[in-house]
Ligand binder design. Structure first.
Ligand code: PEP
Ligand code: MN
Length: 356
């Protein structure tokens, strides 16, 4: 349930509500936005639910108490009506700008990474990607350079000024990856690795959570809920394609996910047309599609010589293709900005202020 405080509620009244929630063995999460505080009551109230609801509704400073039927709470628009904006150095994600993250699937060598980093930066990328720990379907495939790869990413950041995003695969890698990277990526295969989600929830680094290829939107949001409830509010979601009966493409890019997620959650949404399609020539049209439906960012795999890549060779685009892609995305984003400024108010929050 959510406790909506009056606009003029005092600090003492807010504390009073929180302490009553704690006394029930539940956890209060407060969010201040649009001039008022909303307190989410997290935990299982069981049979005490109705009594608690009535009790909280009668406390000083409380405007209303509402039941929320959605299983995700802290990631919901109802709790947090305005968009979450994530800052990584000078890069701002979720403020209406378009954040392009580009780089190789895997960090393969120092030269390969530095060459790619300089080129994508020159073309307008805001974040450098590159896998150091690679989740591969086959145990015999290239598994990534590990910590050596992290060092090259840090060097590339130093040279280009681009913040870096890289995948963390296990809870015991979180500290070392967080030491080198600016954004932690949770891969599709790990979307429901709950101990990993809680581990990244405890570090002071933004997280990009990729949708599992067999996961529903609700499961994605519940996975994000693990990270946010563990203490890390800086989460962005990534649509990277889901598995369907179609075999021409590696996955099926669910473009509906973008406006749907914007409706349900305040978290920024990134699209990854590289893993979604698995084909180089499909990356540009689907990146354009993602931007057209309002994505806050695009992640693409770029390689100086894709055919020689040690992983995902078929889907990585060349440096030239990346420059072309950037030229195409700019004008589309400009057009879309206008319609994204329309408020999208979820039905359950009618009367509350929606996204801007
Ligand atoms: C990646 O982005 O490096 C990756 C492995 O993608 P996904 O987890 O979406 O398969
Ligand atoms: Mn890849």
């Amino acid at each position: 349930m959510f406790v909506m405080m009056r606009a003029n509620a005092t600090e003492e009244e807010i504390l009073g509500v929180k302490s009553q929630i704690l006394a029930e063995g539940l956890t209060p999460f407060a969010h201040e936005g649009n001039g008022r505080t909303i307190i989410a009551v997290v935990g299982d109230a069981g049979r005490a639910r109705q009594r608690l609801l009535n009790h909280l509704a009668g406390l000083a400073g409380v405007e209303a108490v509402t039941e929320i039927s959605r299983p995700f709470k802290l990631t919901s628009r109802e709790f947090h009506p305005e968009d979450t904006v994530i800052r990584v150095g000078d890069v701002v994600i979720g403020d209406g700008s378009l954040t392009v993250m580009a780089g190789p699937c895997a960090v393969e060598s120092r030269e390969q990474l530095l060459e790619t980093a300089a080129a994508v930066r020159e073309a307008g990328a805001k974040v450098l990607r590159g896998g150091a720990f690679k989740p591969r379907t086959s145990p015999y495939s290239f598994q990534g350079l590990g910590v050596e790869g992290l060092r090259y990413l840090a060097e590339a950041r130093e040279r280009t000024g681009l913040p870096v995003i890289t995948e963390v695969m296990e809870p015991n890698q979180v500290d070392v990856v967080a030491e080198y990277a600016d954004i932690l990526q949770i891969g599709a295969r790990n979307m429901q690795n709950y101990s990993l989600l809680m581990a990244v929830g405890r570090v002071a680094r933004p997280v990009m959570l990729k949708r599992g290829f067999g996961s529903t939107i609700e499961e994605l949001l519940m996975a994000a809920e693990y990270i946010v409830s563990a203490g890390n509010p800086n989460v962005m979601l990534c649509e990277r394609g889901i598995r369907t009966f179609e075999t021409y493409t590696r996955n099926t890019m669910d473009l509906t996910a973008v406006p749907l997620l914007h409706h349900l959650t305040h978290l920024p949404v990134i699209v990854d047309p590289s893993h979604a399609t698995g084909k180089r020539w499909l990356v540009k049209p689907l990146a354009i599609g993602g931007v057209a439906v309002g994505a806050d960012g695009v992640m693409v795999e770029v390689h100086p010589n894709p055919d020689a890549a040690l992983s995902d060779a078929e889907q990585q685009i060349t440096l030239d293709q990346f420059r072309e892609l950037m030229a195409a995305l700019g004008p589309i984003h400009e057009q879309v900005r206008a319609f994204r400024s329309d408020p999208v108010v979820p039905a359950a929050t009618a009367g509350m202020v929606g996204r801007h």
